[in-house]
Write a protein that binds this ligand. Structure first.
Ligand code: SF4
Length: 328
């Protein structure tokens, strides 16, 4: 059976169930790289120039961990998934960059995803990808339909059942049951790219730490498209970047309702994030919900993250106690 490797990085958190279903329907076995480790970060960093953003370095580390474990590696070039809204340029050149910096990588299965080129081109690209496994176009079509259904179920698990991507993936793959919702009174919203929020190594187990401190966590995935769009329309009018949902949309929404505090995660060297997080920071100054941004890079220390987190939570708890006294 053909083995297809999928790196547990970048777009994995948004599309893994869809990709897994597609390749399994095509008769392949899917191999996912293990969770990020310091070795992966160091090896990935050694392949690219120093000012490359951390998530791309981590991605290279994951590709390296799949060398000799699969027959192909799936690396799509996702340019645009919504009309006139574009992805960061790093995603556009990901297959070519990987070929250049990791020559020992297994052959790369790539596909251009750009909805601005029309449905015909998109379907053509899907058939081209499917031809690595079969010449039967009906089989490719069936696999694509099944993959799309998986994607819709995945999205519903996150927005209706309020599961995070790792919890939704675990539920769909039957690995573990998601945890029961917290009954605590303090709610913290995390905003940022899924590959920062859910990679426990690079964010120093941020979600785990917050849950241990008895906080309920909200993330961009738990919001509906309408909630995200209305916050974006209020703050910037029209989205230009794909990630405006995760940062501007989620930040704008949670600053107005649903959270006692908002934490924005970004990485050093990320152009789009520095602009988008600044919009959220400015919006936070007009309201009363506390906001903190954390910038991650490969040298960010665990102690630095925990110190800032403790100070932020302490401030929120004191503020809540004061509000209770005023009401009493
Ligand atoms: S959006 Fe930022 S963090 Fe993500 S790949 Fe692009 S530069 Fe890197």
């Amino acid at each position: 059976m053909i083995k297809v490797g999928i790196p547990r990085a970048l777009l994995y958190y948004q599309y893994y169930p869809m990709w897994k279903t597609f390749f399994e329907e095509m008769g392949a076995e899917v191999v996912v790289s293990p969770p990020t480790t310091q070795t992966m970060v160091s090896e990935g960093s050694s392949r690219v120039v120093a000012d490359t953003c951390l998530p791309v370095k981590v991605f290279c580390g994951h590709v390296l961990s799949l060398v000799e474990k699969c027959d192909y590696i799936f690396i799509p070039a996702v340019r645009s998934v919504k009309r006139r809204v574009y992805n960061c340029s790093k995603f556009l050149g990901l297959p070519d960059m990987t070929k250049a910096v990791i020559p020992e990588s297994p052959p790369i299965l790539d596909i251009d995803i750009d909805v601005n080129q029309g449905k015909r081109k998109l379907y053509h690209n899907i058939y081209k990808l499917g031809r690595h496994f079969t010449w039967n176009p009906f089989k490719v079509r069936q696999a694509a339909i099944a993959a799309w259904q998986s994607f819709l179920i995945y999205q519903r698990l996150m927005s209706c059942h309020r599961l995070t991507p790792p919890q939704a993936i675990a539920k769909m793959t039957g690995e573990i049951e998601p945890k029961a919702p917290s009954l605590t009174q303090t709610t913290i919203a995390l905003i940022g790219h899924p590959y920062l929020l859910y990679d426990e190594h690079i964010n120093h187990r941020l979600i785990h730490r917050l849950e241990q401190a008895d906080n309920k966590i909200l993330t961009p995935e738990t919001l509906t498209k309408e909630e995200l769009q209305s916050a974006i329309a209020r703050l910037v009018g029209r989205a230009y970047w794909t990630y405006e949902d995760e940062i501007v949309g989620a930040g704008g929404h949670y600053l107005q309702s649903g959270a006692d505090g908002v934490i924005g995660l970004m990485t050093f060297g990320c152009g789009p994030d520095s602009l988008m997080m600044d919009i959220v920071r400015r919006a936070s100054k007009l309201g009363t919900t506390p906001f903190m941004s954390l910038t991650l890079e490969e040298h960010t220390s665990e102690a630095g993250v925990t110190t800032r987190l403790e100070a932020f939570l302490d401030m929120i708890h004191r503020r809540k106690r004061r509000q209770v006294k005023v009401c009493a």
